[in-house]
Ligand binder design. Sequence first.
Ligand code: OAD
Length: 244
Amino acid sequence: MVHRSDLGLLKEKLVAAEAITVLTGAGISADSGVPTFRGADGLWRNFRAEDLATPEAFEQDPRLVWEWYNWRRELIATKQPNDAHKAIVELERRCPNFWLITQNVDGLHRDAGSRNISEIHGNIWTVRCTQCGVTEENRDLPIAILPTCRRCRGLLRPHIVWFGESLEAKDLQSSYAALQSSEVCLIIGTSGLVYPAAGFASVAKEAGAFIAEINLDTTPQSALVDISLQGRAKDLVPLLLEPL
Ligand code: OAD
């Protein structure tokens, strides 16, 4: 449910803000047809993301993990950015200090045109050699299983931050810098269960930002945000751009 007064207040805050940070999760891409992780359609062959997106799962059965990523790559390749991704590009255009932090690895924000962005969990179209560490773009569909490095023949893995792994230092630094200096922080389509992103709302709040959440549901962060708008990202995010 969306209260008109909440929407109006958020729009005022956004228009006045010199610095905005947006944090997104799988819910924003759900409206493009990409399954979320914890929703009803999030399972693949009965595996949960937590079963497959781990270094241990890859060590034990790299073929299985690559098959899952192949499935996701094939699916994502057919999807387009939606009106919520596009509205975020426009917010960036209007705001002098704008930063987008996404947990999504689907690349749809970049496809839409977002530029000031940290893809903190990586990108599904980038691979990394487990031997020499080189990363490169790879858009093969399907990717050869098992893929190997052109330089050293080492096994390639998705360049994605898996459960139990650390975010890259540059992404953490840019995220915290943005959160701590933002006047408004928008949190869109994330269940708020996976750290460190789940703690980002508190970081922005402690730094004095006005926090708004857009989600189909309530989340663990709903209690601390200033405004919680319930509904689909593709319907609600574009409303934020409309004149006051
Ligand atoms: P989840 O699948 O955990 O949560 C998706 C959230 O989006 C839920 O809170 C839904 O209520 C909400 N949602 C669904 N459809 C929506 C819509 N149309 N509009 C608005 N909200 C909607 O996804 P994340 O929070 O992104 O990590 O998950 C965090 C991380 O856990 C992912 O990045 C991934 C996963 O395991 C890795 O792959 C490393």
